[in-house]
Design a protein around this ligand. Structure first.
Ligand code: ZN
Length: 356
């Protein structure tokens, strides 16, 4: 029996509850994806494609612009908070904030807006809460990028109803110094690699992080040591030392520019990039993005953390985060969502996509 009946699809709050009450911890999204697929196929005004437990649905109205609404279907593991319970204006339970209240809004728009002013695409995807290589959106971006094509994307992750634009990129790199081992009783015969790391730490201490404005959003960068290692034994002059640094970079830099920047900061040292994820431009200069900000109340801020919006950036699609959940409650045992906030976000989205 379907849990996504016509009545449920017509109400974003009932839809949030229904999605939350289908358990879909990462790797267990088959049932919820079946439900969403069946519901969207019943509607008849969308074409659907399923890849694993990721579902893409699209209108094909020949509009000159296309907007994507995306949400993941999975949650972190159950923590004595399944299924949902509602007390007054608050719905408690796994996924209520991160991010089934947001995913429900995408599904609600898909089900109830037959004549949007843009063509709409919807992505309901699997495995966001685990390693990136399993992430349904990441997989689609690599294998079927045409399914994600859009002029603008809204990722319905929890932002407590505020538009959070773009996202900063993140890069880790290992800066290594080398020396020569010797017995510490005859240290002058060696070269101490740990002592040589001092200028690296000095550069980090002296580093003046930029504050960059992109499309009206202020991004504050950061460069910090996050790990350090070195040493052989208590009586040996060490021949190697390394510091791993993490650069959080604004969306005016791409990954290549971020790497070039790190190499410049640590000029003269051995620098090896160990991990990297791209930034995403807010794209608020685009009319479809500006229209969304206006519909959502006119306020916005820069997203400083990294989110899946950057997967859209790699396809050249500007994207924002926007959802009713409180990001501070994500992954917590007492996860919850304020029901009036689901309704406010739903109305903003509908005002944005509906033909005027
Ligand atoms: Zn999430």
């Amino acid at each position: 029996m379907t849990v996504l009946s016509e009545a449920v699809l017509a109400d974003p709050v009932a839809l949030t509850r229904a999605l939350c009450d289908v358990q879909s911890v990462s790797w267990n999204e088959a049932e919820i994806c079946d439900e969403v697929e069946a519901a969207l196929k019943r509607l008849g005004h969308l074409t659907t494609e399923r890849v694993g437990n990721t579902l893409v649905a699209r209108t094909n109205l020949g509009r000159d612009r296309r907007v994507m609404l995306a949400g993941h279907l999975d949650t972190v593991p159950v923590n004595d908070n399944f299924p949902t319970r509602t007390e007054g204006d608050v719905m408690w339970g796994l996924g209520t904030s991160d991010m089934k209240s947001g995913t429900a809004l995408a599904l609600w728009i898909a089900a109830t807006v037959e004549h949007p002013r843009f063509d709409l695409s919807f992505a309901f995807y699997e495995c966001e809460e685990i390693e990136a290589k399993h992430n349904g959106l990441n997989k689609l971006a690599k294998s079927r990028p045409e399914l994600l094509a859009a002029d603008f994307a809204i990722l319905l992750e929890p932002t407590y109803g505020l538009v959070e634009a773009g996202c900063q990129g993140t890069m880790r790199a290992r800066v290594t110094t080398r020396g020569k081992r010797a017995h510490s009783a005859r240290s002058w015969k060696g070269e101490n690699a740990i002592h040589k790391i001092a200028p690296v730490l000095e550069r980090l201490n002296a580093y003046a992080a930029r504050e960059v404005e992109v499309d009206g959003c202020t991004y504050r960068e950061g460069l910090n040591a996050v790990f350090i290692g070195g040493g052989v034994a208590g009586n040996v002059i060490p021949d190697e030392c390394w510091v791993e640094v993490n650069l959080r970079f604004a969306p005016d830099r791409d990954e290549a520019a971020a790497e070039a920047h790190l190499r410049e900061v640590f000029d003269g040292f051995d620098v090896e990039v160990t991990d990297s994820a791209p930034s995403c431009r807010p794209g608020l200069d685009r009319p479809e993005a500006a229209g969304f900000v206006a519909a959502a109340g006119g306020e916005f801020r820069a997203k400083l953390g990294w989110t899946d919006v950057a997967r859209f950036a790699t396809l050249g699609i500007p994207a924002v985060n926007y959802g009713p959940g409180d990001p501070n409650l994500a992954h917590k045992q007492d996860e919850r969502v304020e029901i009036p906030r689901i309704r406010t976000c739903a109305e903003a989205l509908r005002a944005y996509v509906e033909e005027s």
